[in-house]
Ligand binder design. Sequence first.
Ligand code: FAD
Length: 463
Amino acid sequence: MSALPQHIISDLKAVVGDQWVVVEKRAIERYLYDETAYGVRPQPAAEVVVVKPGSTEEVAEVLKVANKHKVPVYVRGGGTGLVGGAIPTKPGIVVTLERMDRVVIDSENMVAEAEAGATLGKLIEEAEKHNLMFPAHPGDEGASIGGLIACNAGGSRAVKTGVMRNYVLGLEVVLPTGEVLKLGAKTIKNNFGYNLAHLLIGSEGILGVITRAYLRLYPKWSYAATVVIPFDSRVNAFRVAKKLLFSGFIPLALEYFDRRVIENSAKYLGLQWPIKEGEYFLMVMLAEPLEDVLFLELEYIDRVAREEGSLEPFATQREDEQKTLLKIRSEIFSSLKSETFDILDTTVPLGNVDRFIEKIIDIERRYGIWLPVYGHVGDGNVHVHVLNYQGFSKDQLEKIAEDVYDAALMLGGVITGEHGIGYARKKYVKKLLGSAWVETMRKLKAALDPNNILNPDKVIPEE
Ligand SMILES: Cc1cc2nc3c(=O)[nH]c(=O)nc-3n(C[C@H](O)[C@H](O)[C@H](O)COP(=O)(O)OP(=O)(O)OC[C@H]3O[C@@H](n4cnc5c(N)ncnc54)[C@H](O)[C@@H]3O)c2cc1C
């Protein structure tokens, strides 16, 4: 048995009921880790209890108990995070919102009212039942609404309708000291007071516990297509990507990957990558309310691609084929995970994506290694995997990651576009964001969380 002192456990049981406080080591195991690559994943603490509140009020009371005993609290969603954000790195309480998973669709206003523990998969499914759509698609549908908002997740379908921040109309948040804040409304616009919701979006579980959200939905675009454009030359692929984006054409998604990466993912899923030609690919996803518009866009993409030297584009409007293509794309991360030291989340300004890839190739040459590269080229957000290369020490692997970061920074980029800082990227914060940022964050954190109980050793570096 590894747990906190009995008097704390008794207080927690008094709030949520005996059956919702888990202390058995084996039952706790699945709440200790997330999807962070093994090379940079922090060790969880041994003394942890898992608490499963069933309502916002219970979340608030749990936080009050934590403050009373000054015990750290780690909020957990789907555990799909990639920077160790949900890992309880100090003895404390893991709060999982898995029981709070209701989704109510207000089709009249095109808004979903979702509890934070609901999964992305459930939200998508519920919206579709009402002929509505939640377009965002950060790769793992097991991620929770709370986690997605806390990380301001992006994903492939962010070019047209944005990242999580762009969907959140309102939030219910429990502050670290237990007060409940209701922010925003079901309206598209709201200028009443400081936008505290936007402080919470992307705050990675350190400033408050998100318990509920109003999320903007879109009409289910009746006409959707996915086009995969193969190329023999990477340079041509990027020329097409730029030309499409700079012409004012806004697809739902614009992704880049190469054959080795995508075939690896297809194989991992027991599938075959259907496009036989080409070494480099752009994947364009389209969604429109009018079929004529979709056709015009398909024609336009085809023309631009061929003018810039693509091979035969593959376009499909079939839902099953589109789902399969997206699935293969989404599983690239998982297919590489067992050999991955770290997955990087570098993002560069749109015009520099091709230059960034050139720099990655230089790094590959310099070290004699393969750096799988793929991602959301439509947002300049390119993932690079540093693998566990034989004969390389941890320091050398970290140096490779830093070389990739330097390449992004030299091009005016950032080291994370969507995964966040969490634990894994904390060591770069001081260097890259500066001491004024750190001090401001510390003041904000101290104002909201005077006892430093919420996700205490994440995001903000220690003194
Ligand atoms: C296969 C795969 C593909 C992925 N693809 C993408 C992608 O394309 N784009 C992208 O952005 N991300 C992607 N991710 C990362 C991950 O899905 C996102 O970071 C997601 O937002 C994490 O949500 P979660 O519910 O799993 O959060 P968790 O991992 O449980 O937690 C993440 C952080 O959020 C905090 N948190 C969780 N719930 C709450 C809450 N209710 N209130 C306050 N804080 C909370 C936690 O404390 C932690 O700091 C991918 C992950 C995997 C495994």
